[in-house]
Write a new protein. Structure first.
Length: 215
């Protein structure tokens, strides 16, 4: 009887041990799974990040585009797509001189040239502006030519030097100097004030009137 009881107790202890071992194993697996999943996710994120870095390149797009600048584009894209990222071509772009199907590379500069006609027009416009600026500067200094004066420019009698005054018809060095001395004592308010200058009478004033300006 005692032997039978001992046998039952042994079986019960054995079963309890198996149950406890099974519970511990299950708990360990439950703890291990989140950690393993986290490690797997971290590894996948690192690979994804590294892959994304490798597949992105930086290029500079300039010239005849709407929004010139530096852009990050996929490494597999072509010049056409990089230009699209910069807003596309402008109206005066010369797309025939750009290889739109060329693959981009990191550090690449994509410059879209302007059409030849547009460049010529812009150059001519700048040249005209430069000439206009020169003419305006000369006009401020010497005055503008008047009708019937031929190639002679009018002279501003309150600011012109003695040499510039000698450009006027019938004005020599001595008379030019007297004009300067006269205006130093009182500026000219009209061409008629030249009558204050010794040596200038009404007849000479009539010849000078079309070539002088009062500034």
């Amino acid at each position: 009887m005692q032997a039978k009881s001992k046998k039952l107790i042994f079986i019960a202890v054995l079963l309890a041990g198996c149950i406890i071992t099974s519970l511990i194993s299950t708990n360990d697996k439950a703890k291990a799974l989140p950690g393993g999943s986290s490690l797997l996710q971290s590894a996948q994120s690192a690979v994804t990040s590294k892959t994304a870095q490798v597949k992105t390149v930086r290029v500079q797009v300039s010239g005849a585009v709407l929004e010139p600048g530096i852009y990050d584009v996929p490494a597999s894209c072509r010049v056409e797509e990089a230009i699209a990222a910069a807003g596309g071509l402008s109206e005066n772009a010369d797309s025939e001189r750009v290889n739109l199907v060329r693959k981009v590379r990191d550090g690449m500069q994509i410059r879209v040239p302007v059409q030849k006609a547009a460049r010529t027009s812009r150059t001519q416009r700048k040249s005209a502006q430069a000439k206009s600026g020169l003419g305006e500067s000369a006009s401020k200094k010497y005055g503008s030519a008047k009708a019937g004066s031929g190639m002679m420019q009018s002279v501003r009698i309150n600011s012109a030097s003695a040499r510039e005054l000698q450009q006027l018809p019938g004005i020599g060095p001595a008379l030019a100097q007297r004009i300067v001395e006269t205006r130093n004592s009182g500026r000219f308010t009209s061409a008629d004030d030249l009558l204050r200058v010794p040596g200038i009478g009404k007849a000479k004033l009539a010849k000078l009137r079309d070539y002088v300006e009062v500034d």
